[in-house]
Design a binder for this molecule. Structure first.
Ligand SMILES: [Zn+2]
Length: 102
């Protein structure tokens, strides 16, 4: 769990304890279904991932390697920190160490 997820869980636990103290029970459904999903989505996007799909060029592009994000954006250049389309943080270290063909 990274520091962002730890912070989210800390806040969620605090709200749970506050609601339990004041009302005797806690209903976190609004928090879990409405408030936290977009925040978790941002955390996911900001967490660097091995997210590069590559294609080896064929025909007149033989020898070229094309990189793209899983969202389909195909103009990723090695070393880019984020996808220019969806904003996903890219983990080049993991991508390069796991891929023997690059
Ligand atoms: Zn993308």
């Amino acid at each position: 769990m990274n520091k962002y997820n730890e912070s989210i869980e800390f806040i969620r636990n605090r709200i749970y304890h506050l609601e339990t103290s004041f009302k005797g029970h806690a209903d976190l459904s609004y928090l879990d279904n409405v408030i936290l999903p977009p925040i978790r989505e941002l955390v996911e996007r900001a967490t660097p991932k091995e997210y590069v799909i590559k294609e080896i060029g064929k025909g007149r592009h033989k020898g070229l390697i094309f990189l793209s994000c899983k969202c389909g954006y195909g103009s990723i250049v090695e070393g880019d920190k984020h996808c220019g389309n969806c904003g996903q943080a890219l983990d080049w270290e993991a991508t390069l160490s796991n891929d023997k063909t690059l």
